[in-house]
Design a protein around this ligand. Structure first.
Ligand code: GTP
Ligand code: MN
Ligand code: MN
Length: 389
């Protein structure tokens, strides 16, 4: 039986890259619950289950109105039995017991806190959890072996927990632009990730850098980071070289999520006055006087110091790969994942942040813009602000 007046559900496409997903939607009361289960599945190394919950949540984000009953969900794709059970319970009782007990569980909370440390992944966090460690403080207290990245992560933990605002991202943009243009005039810089999708806050700030003359971008990252270091703006950085070779890494590896651009994971030192009053250069003196009184001793006390630490990702791409890099670094993560799945399963192509390979024709499809890539993939163009899958 076909429903009447249920056209949005009927028309809901099954891949997230076929749909428009705005940042603000009508079903956070359901999507937040499903994403807790997705996160928990990730903590338990169950990727399949995690993706299933994320896809279910993503479908609800694309709905034009709030879900009121299970009837509203007829005809929707990607809603498995488990997700439907959770949704039903929330619609009937206001909350789901499974979600609430997950949220309260020690494992979930500890994994969240430990993976929240820069440089700590699920595997490491899980080992620490099983060894009885519960917080970043426990790592220090018990003298855990930490790599350089994790040391920085613990050192700046409080700052890095705080969301980065768009105003702060704009100040960081100015800093990056200044650094890049000082070492390579004519280079182009683009804000990526969540902020390109219109988010008001993020966990970091992402940039993609290129130069219209192919080859000029080679070896650029160390020059940028050296310049920033000399200015005292870098608290931490780790650069990895570009390792992309079309012959070796092309079709076979193209579907992998990790890319091989020259990239830099860093932590910037951001003056607070600059962030809170970007346009006013006379604001710094005023900011100091209105800032909170210092309570503690000399240790880095985020609230009391005049600066904060901010995570920044820098990526350098050759001009010929810029469109692919732009698409690959805009996100959301689920949107990217769905693009690659669509390419592989529906088009026999493999998409990476470097290239698009057509296995049927045995050739690489070139593109100068994101629009051209969507067209190659047979997809309607979805603007960044609607890729919040
Ligand atoms: P917040 O930073 O939490 O606000 O969200 P975000 O969407 O900006 O996430 P994040 O900074 O983690 O990633 C931004 C985009 O870059 C996402 O689309 C990721 O999939 C992508 N990304 C992150 N790391 C890599 C990587 O190593 N390779 C590739 N190709 N993409 C990556
Ligand atoms: Mn980001
Ligand atoms: Mn990032």
């Amino acid at each position: 039986p076909k429903p009447n007046g249920d056209s949005t559900a009927m028309l809901m496409k099954s891949y997230a890259c076929q749909r428009r997903t705005p940042l603000k939607h009508h079903n956070s009361f359901l999507t937040e619950a499903l994403e807790i289960l997705a996160q928990n599945a990730e903590y338990n190394d169950n990727e399949g289950r995690s993706v299933a919950f994320r896809r279910a949540a993503s479908v609800l984000k694309a709905l034009p109105r709030r879900v009121r009953s299970m009837q509203d969900l007829r005809w929707l794709p990607c809603l498995g039995d488990h997700s439907q059970r959770v949704i039903k319970e929330i619609l009937e009782d206001g909350s789901s017991r499974e979600v609430e007990s997950t949220r309260q569980s020690e494992q979930y909370q500890v994994m969240k806190a430990l993976t929240g440390i820069f440089g700590v992944g699920v595997r490491t966090a899980d080992r620490w959890f099983r060894e009885g460690l519960r917080s970043p403080d426990d790592l220090i207290r018990t003298g855990q072996q930490l790599n350089r990245e994790q040391q920085a992560g613990v050192q700046y933990y409080d700052d890095l927990q705080k969301p980065v605002t768009k105003a702060e991202a704009d100040v960081i943009s100015d800093m990056v632009e200044k650094a890049v243009h000082a070492v390579l005039p004519g280079a182009e810089i683009q804000l990526m990730g969540g902020f390109r999708r219109g988010k008001e806050v993020g966990h970091d700030v992402d940039f993609l850098i290129t130069h219209p003359e192919e080859g000029k971008e080679e070896g650029l990252m160390p020059k940028i980071t050296n310049w920033l270091k000399e200015q005292g703006l870098l608290l931490y950085q780790k650069t990895t070289r570009n390792s992309y070779l079309e012959k070796m890494d092309g079709p076979a590896r193209a579907s992998s999520n990790m890319d091989r651009f020259e990239r830099c994971f860093s932590i910037f030192k951001l003056q607070k006055s600059a962030a809170s009053c970007k346009s006013s250069s006379a604001a710094s003196a005023e900011d100091v006087s209105t800032g909170r009184e210092s309570e503690g001793p000399a240790e880095h006390h985020p609230e009391a110091s005049g600066w904060r630490a901010v995570r920044v990702d820098l990526v350098v791409s050759p001009y010929s790969q810029f469109a692919f890099a732009t698409l690959g670094w805009t996100g959301s993560k689920l949107f990217e994942r769905e693009l690659r799945r669509w390419a592989g399963q529906e088009k026999h192509m493999s998409l990476s942040s470097h290239a698009l390979y057509d296995s049927k024709q045995n050739l690489y499809l070139r593109a100068k813009t994101e629009e051209e890539i969507f067209a190659h993939l047979g997809l309607e163009f979805i603007p960044p602000s609607e890729r919040n899958a």
